[in-house]
Design a protein around this ligand. Structure first.
Ligand code: GLP
Length: 251
């Protein structure tokens, strides 16, 4: 696991976007596993700049997103489909037909999970998976649990995640309580993984993920077992690691 600490959130976006751009330049038909949340926004902004400058094209890429809330339609402004369209896809040349995300409106969970696993399989797996991280160590929506989930699954969101999301919804009862998410095995099957995190509130979980025990109670800790992971954090998110286990940070 390589850990790169950047000065701030903007620099983090530049470093992470350079890694994604290298991937797409070397393999234009890459399958990109994409993430939502505030963490990847500066990365997406930099990717958009590279596209606008004529330095990068997503025309041959496929995208497979990590997760989606159960019950939200694609045009709901809190859905992850809406997020992806409005933070990346509409600004670049990716073919929308080549973008994939679990269907939050599908009520038959077994059917939707099997469909999404088949989509990822048909793409030949993910080349580069971008991840954020929740405060409790969740990746995608794989919440702390007694075991690691394998394929796409339906998750009951933890109260801390529901609380963290409440700020985005007008009424408390509108906050989704379930989500579809790629499983840990699928994430771990990506050839390369890039995790981004920023802010002091992520310092403790970054320390646990990088230097702590590997346990499904901290889902992201399993990334220690993958042999091509790059973690890009800003100084605030890397602060506890820098204090307690600086040997993990790339000089
Ligand atoms: C949600 C998403 C995750 C994301 C996490 C952290 O739970 N499902 O993929 O990593 O939020 O979000 P943020 O980057 O806004 O802190």
């Amino acid at each position: 696991m390589r850990v790169i600490v950047t000065k701030n959130y903007e620099d983090l976006g530049r470093v992470a976007a350079n890694i994604i751009a290298s991937q797409v330049t070397l393999k234009p038909e890459s399958v990109l596993g994409l993430a939502t949340g505030s963490s990847p926004i500066s990365t997406y902004k930099e990717l958009i700049k590279k596209y606008e400058n004529g330095d990068l094209s997503f025309a041959k890429c496929h995208a497979a997103n990590l997760d989606e809330y159960v019950g939200l339609t694609k045009d709901n402004d809190q859905s992850y489909a809406y997020f992806m369209y409005n933070n990346l896809f509409k600004f670049v040349d990716i073919d929308m037909a080549n973008t994939n995300i679990p269907d939050g409106t599908e009520k038959d969970a077994a059917k939707e999970c099997a469909r999404y696993d088949a989509v990822i399989k048909s793409l030949g797996g993910v080349d580069l998976q971008l991840l954020g991280i929740g405060h409790n160590g969740h990746v995608g929506f794989n919440e702390p649990a007694d075991c690691f989930a394998k394929g796409t699954n339906i998750i009951n969101l933890t109260q801390s995640t529901i609380d963290a999301n409440t700020r985005f919804f007008e009424k408390k009862e509108d906050v989704p309580t379930q989500a579809y998410t790629m499983g840990i095995k699928t994430i771990m099957s990506a050839k390369k993984i890039l995790l981004v995190a920023s802010g002091k509130d992520k310092a403790e979980i970054i320390y646990k993920m990088v230097a702590g025990d590997i346990t499904p109670q901290v889902p992201a800790s399993v990334l220690q077992l993958h042999n091509d992971v790059i973690v890009v954090v800003d100084e605030a998110a890397g602060s506890l690691l820098a204090e307690k286990a600086p040997e993990y940070i790339e000089k």
